[in-house]
Design a protein around this ligand. Structure first.
Ligand SMILES: Cc1cc2nc3c(=O)[nH]c(=O)nc-3n(C[C@H](O)[C@H](O)[C@H](O)COP(=O)(O)OP(=O)(O)OC[C@H]3O[C@@H](n4cnc5c(N)ncnc54)[C@H](O)[C@@H]3O)c2cc1C
Length: 506
């Protein structure tokens, strides 16, 4: 993508981001690599200290690759083999296997990580960007839309000093209790799952291979519990709060050790941190109002049974960043920003609804219902496969192969490099050699449209053959914009993707 920005003298920044959690940090990095002027206002001084995400998928790793932190993250990741759901007697109910080899994204399907490590890596990367102004201990308390931007009012809580700044767009990455969402007047659709759980992170004194590498959902109606391993000696347990529990005791060391006794004792590990959470499942209706947008937990929340809450925020950031860049550079009309919610909302909803369904298996606490569930599931072990939803309608052209709207694979090229590294942060056209023979001007056309062109790579030929295509146009967020099934359709594809936006905006 071109990094030439249309001057915006009337606003201090192109984009202001409220909140530097994983969503805000990912979005600011993706905006920074496009040369945009970004302000980040974060209420807290330090990274959130309580236990949260432990898992992300290969698609997230690809976003981290684009940002340039994937290699730095790798040594502190553990490749997860999957998750098993067992009943009170230990019988397998659901088997969710994740391949541990490199998959279609060019990365593994499931990584276990320590959320503060990721957030530190994102912040360190951001600190190297001269076009990003990160202000910690700055709490936003008001947003006022102006003719060509938004004015943010905030307090520098380290000095009690009030301040203002203006930006052409503001993105609320400010978590579940988002102030941006309040100012937008956006309401939430409740997907009806709100259970209380205690989450405890432990550090083993020595490896304990007997605990296993699979995550286990113990679907025991007496006390549903989740075990999951992290990198190194980190182990997590999530323990459902039951009606008879003494609220004052939850999270006390005695209560936790009592619940962990089946697996470990104080001689085996130390308690690192714990928290009591209510796991919500909600989706916001209205992710954009004018120049205000929402991303991450501000726009949706899911129970953690699939490990997809943060991942959804990373996908939001990836979907939104290139669109904001195109609009701010004057390459696209701001209607492109409406495709953000229309594409992302149904996608995230599918993950949340699936997590709620899995949650209803785990969170069955009535003994008779649990018995009925076990009998029903005794017929056959259910093999669970990770959902691969398509984007909702938006900036992509549907086609008969069903490929467009899905994320593209990331093969290695003939020289061993990964496709995204060579493509950079822009559209990429991957094509069969026959396309170049028929359209010798294609390299010039692609260069004019700032589209990376890949022709004749063996791994790409294989993918195109599998979907009966001669060429595929991939967006900067690596989702497929459109597919050409004949040589003649290629020009049209390029035109639709890039020239259409420019003409529309002229
Ligand atoms: C127990 C548990 C387990 C989980 N496991 C997983 C998992 O395995 N995989 C996964 O993908 N997800 C998981 N999640 C979900 C994941 O942790 C969250 O979805 C993710 O952290 C949300 O990131 P965010 O950046 O959108 O919001 P947050 O991390 O909440 O960040 C919001 C930021 O905004 C700041 N802020 C708020 N208001 C203001 C304001 N007015 N002014 C300035 N700053 C403000 C806050 O201080 C905060 O830093 C889990 C969650 C829980 C609770």
């Amino acid at each position: 993508m071109s990094d030439q920005i249309i001057p915006t003298h009337t606003c201090d920044y192109d984009v202001a981001i409220i909140g530097l959690g994983p969503t805000g940090a990912t979005l600011s990095n993706l905006l920074a690599i496009q040369g945009l002027r970004v302000l980040v206002l974060e209420r807290d001084k330090d990274i959130f200290a309580l236990p949260r995400a432990v898992h992300f998928d290969g698609e997230c790793m690809r976003v981290f690759q684009t940002i340039g932190i994937a290699d730095a993250l790798l040594p502190n990741l553990f490749v997860g083999p999957g998750m098993k759901f067992v009943n009170a007697q230990g019988k397998l109910l659901i088997d969710w296997q994740r391949p541990t080899c490199i998959g279609p994204h060019g990365w593994c399907a499931s990584y276990k990580f320590h959320q503060p490590d990721l957030e530190n890596a994102l912040r360190e990367r951001l600190a190297r960007q001269s076009n990003v102004d990160v202000r910690l201990r700055h709490e936003v308390f008001a947003l006022d839309e102006t003719a060509d931007g938004v004015q943010l009012r905030f307090e520098d809580t380290s000095r009690g000093k009030l301040g203002r700044a203006t930006a052409r767009y503001v993105v609320g990455c400010d978590g579940a209790r988002s102030i941006a969402r309040r100012f937008m007047g956006t309401e939430l659709t409740d997907l009806k799952s709100h259970e209380r759980w205690v989450v405890v992170d432990t550090m083993l004194n020595a490896p304990r291979p007997d605990l296993g590498d699979f995550s286990i959902q113990y679907c025991d109606p007496a006390r549903p519990t989740t075990y999951t391993r992290g990198p190194g000696n980190r182990r997590r347990w999530e323990i459902m709060v039951m009606p008879g529990d003494d609220a004052a005791q939850l999270s006390s060391a005695d209560w936790l050790w009592d619940k962990l006794a089946r697996w470990i004792s104080p001689a085996d590990a130390r308690l690192e941190r714990s928290a009591v959470y209510t796991f919500h499942s909600v989706v916001a209706n209205g992710w954009r109002r004018g120049r205000l947008l929402l991303a991450g937990d501000a726009a949706h929340q899911t129970p953690p049974f699939m490990g997809q809450g943060m991942a959804a925020g990373i996908r939001d950031a990836s979907n939104l960043a290139w669109k904001l860049g195109a609009v701010l550079r004057g390459e696209a009309s701001d209607a492109l920003l409406d495709t953000y919610e229309s594409e992302r909302s149904p996608h995230v909803r599918e993950f949340i609804e699936t997590a709620v369904q899995l949650g209803s298996v785990i969170q069955t606490t009535h003994p008779e219902l649990a018995n009925a569930r076990d009998c029903e599931m005794a017929e056959a072990i259910r093999k669970f496969v990770t959902p691969q939803p398509k984007l909702g309608p938006g900036e992509w052209m549907d086609d008969a192969s069903g490929t467009a709207g899905h994320i593209a694979p990331q093969p290695r090229l003939n020289d061993g490099r990964l496709l995204d590294d060579v493509a950079g942060y822009r559209f990429a056209l991957v094509a069969l050699p026959a396309v170049l023979e028929a359209c010798p001007n294609l390299p010039d056309e692609a260069a004019r449209a700032d589209v990376a062109l890949f022709v004749g790579e063996a791994s790409i030929r294989e993918w195109l053959a599998s979907i009966g295509a001669v060429a595929v146009l991939v967006r900067p967020d690596r989702y497929v914009f459109g597919v050409a099934h004949s040589v003649h359709a290629v020009d049209q594809l390029l035109e639709q993707a890039v020239l259409h936006q420019r003409t529309e905006n002229a």
